[in-house]
Design a protein around this ligand. Structure first.
Ligand SMILES: Nc1nc2c(ncn2[C@@H]2O[C@H](COP(=O)(O)OP(=O)(O)OP(=O)(O)O)[C@@H](O)[C@H]2O)c(=O)[nH]1
Ligand SMILES: [Mg+2]
Length: 298
């Protein structure tokens, strides 16, 4: 399977629902106002936000009318190009080593699993990796991360349950500096995003990295469960306000028929998608690719 084949495959459920509707749209309508209204509805029904759907359809319309084209293939290609541009609106800066990546997100989205996969991804690029078990809140969280660290063959820094997560990060950073480690991946607790104390705790952790490892590149990635659909946008807003996100990891893309919200993440919030999780195993991680995503969507 090609590098990005997994993204396309994972979107199969989304694609099935969108493709059928698109085919019917072309069968039923000549390209005109009714057509564009219905196109907007199709996008919205696959969880593209109203704002992004309107914006995209407006662009398709303008371009198609400007070029006096009414041909199906042309309109489809145009739509794909515009959707791809939407996904590419913002970009993650290239990794610069040493790098600290903190993974945040509500419970159960796949943070710990993602760290296992991302650790493995960096190891395969020949980088040294340490994972930091800064989810000290949930019982067994550090055991779960230990299993992933063993699988990926990377070091783990952990403290006992209930201890201060900022202290775990402090130790992980100190050890990474001492050993010249390339990558530090920080697992965090995922209590509900409405709770102020989680956000305050994340801010505190953020400050420890800024203060103790100023020479490192510091990235904060939000892990989002793709099956959440548009609610993911609200989560992204809350976390972005608290810690100023650099990017997003989409998990469980393999289980969603609502892939359309990703266009709104990039279009409305201007936060780039970096990695995509397409299954529960260590290799089920891909770098995000806008072109493949759009191809998988139709
Ligand atoms: N199908 C699928 N399942 C996934 C993916 N990523 C994670 N999961 C599953 O989602 C569940 C939750 O994953 P965790 O990594 O424990 O999530 P978490 O965000 O660390 O959870 P908390 O620590 O409780 O906040 C597990 O059963 C994972 O196997 C993915 O890309 N695809
Ligand atoms: Mg976890």
């Amino acid at each position: 399977m090609g590098l990005f084949g997994k993204i396309k495959d994972a979107l199969k459920k989304t694609k099935d629902s969108v493709s059928t509707k698109m085919r019917q749209l072309f069968l039923k309508n000549k390209i005109g106002d009714a057509f564009y209204d219905e196109l907007e509805e199709i996008l919205i029904s696959s969880d593209v936000s109203v704002r992004t759907a309107e914006d995209v359809v407006e662009q398709v319309k303008e371009e198609a009318i400007g070029q006096k084209v009414k041909d199906e293939q042309f309109v489809t290609d145009l739509l794909k190009d515009i959707l791809e541009d939407t996904l590419n609106e913002s970009e993650l800066p290239a990794f610069r080593y040493p790098v600290v990546i903190m993974f945040v997100g509500v419970n159960g989205v796949g943070k710990t699993t993602t760290i296992g996969k991302v650790a493995n991804w960096f190891v395969r690029q020949g980088k040294s990796v340490t994972v930091a078990a800064a989810d000290t809140f949930r019982a067994a969280a550090s055991d779960q991360l230990t299993v992933w660290a063993e699988r990926a063959k990377v070091r783990i820094v952990k403290h006992e349950e209930g201890s201060d997560p900022a202290a775990v990060i402090f130790d992980a950073v100190a050890s990474a500096k001492a050993r010249g480690t390339d990558v530090v991946l920080v697992d965090t607790a995922g209590r509900l995003h409405v709770k102020d104390n989680l956000m305050n705790e994340l801010k505190k952790m953020d400050r420890v990295v800024e203060r103790e490892f100023a020479q490192a590149q510091f990235l904060k990635l939000l892990v989002l469960d793709a099956t959440t659909g548009q609610n993911a946008l609200a989560q992204a807003k809350v976390f972005d306000e608290a810690v100023d996100l650099d990017g997003i990891v989409l998990t469980k893309l393999d289980g969603t028929a609502k892939g359309g919200f990703v266009f709104s993440l990039c279009g409305d919030l201007k936060i780039p998608v970096v990695f995509v999780g397409v299954g529960e195993k260590m290799d089920d991680l891909e770098l995000f690719d806008a072109e493949q995503f759009v191809e998988g969507f139709f």
